[in-house]
Ligand binder design. Structure first.
Ligand code: VGL
Ligand code: ZN
Length: 207
């Protein structure tokens, strides 16, 4: 029998209320995440896990501001406030999130020279985090994504997972987006659907 995995993307303090890169409504996901954990064969958490000198921090680029774009190796990359610095409080999982059922945690954005929105690969697809191989080894066919942020890490994780051949379901009510520009979340959802990803509500989780 193939398995179903719940993948909880970046439910970390810095993306929640009071965090350095707070996403509106992020805290509302936590009770849903706790409930969903009872309904899956495998529970995975991811953490955005940056060194303090990470290239995605505006503070590491002289004269640059948050939410400006820079070009790195021909790719356009967004600059962010300092966030999810390895071992900091901001990088810890939300304190209300249940963690006893988590089977494995995968870290991303650990290389200071490149950002990694996806939980599977960095933004240039140079290196894998190991999540894809892990899921295949565990005989996972269906993955259900929840978390932060819809228009960044959830989207890129979903697209990569689809490319890797998984049946990908995004639980839209258990995700929240940055929405830097109005419509970013909606456009992200459309992009995911067009790539063959299923958008579902958390009440339709498998039992
Ligand atoms: C994320 C911006 C920067 C995310 C991570 O988890 O969606 N967004 N780093
Ligand atoms: Zn980040």
């Amino acid at each position: 029998m193939t398995k179903k995995a719940l993948i909880m993307i970046d439910l970390q303090n810095d993306f929640c209320r009071g965090g350095n890169l707070a996403v509106k409504g992020a805290d509302e996901i936590i009770p849903i995440a706790n409930h969903l954990q009872t309904q899956f064969d495998l529970i995975i958490a991811t953490k955005d896990w940056h060194p303090a000198d990470h290239m995605s921090f505006a503070s590491n680029h002289l004269g640059r501001a948050v939410n400006e774009m820079i070009v790195v190796d021909g790719r356009k990359e967004m600059l962010w406030p300092d966030h999810c610095i390895q071992k900091s409080h901001g990088a810890s999982l939300h304190s209300d999130l249940k963690i006893d059922k988590i089977d494995a945690t995968f870290h991303k954005g650990t290389d200071k020279t490149i950002d990694s929105y996806s939980a599977f690969f960095d933004n240039a697809h140079r290196r894998a985090t190991g999540l894809g191989d892990y899921l295949k080894k565990k005989n996972v066919a269906d993955i259900y994504l929840i978390g932060l942020a819809t228009d960044y890490c959830v989207k890129f994780s979903a697209l990569d997972a689809r490319q890797l051949g998984f049946n990908v379901h995004v639980m839209v009510d258990a995700c929240r987006g940055v929405e830097l520009r109005e419509g970013d979340v909606t456009r992200s959802l459309i992009e995911m659907e067009n790539a063959g990803i299923t958008l579902v509500k958390s009440i339709h989780a498998p039992h």
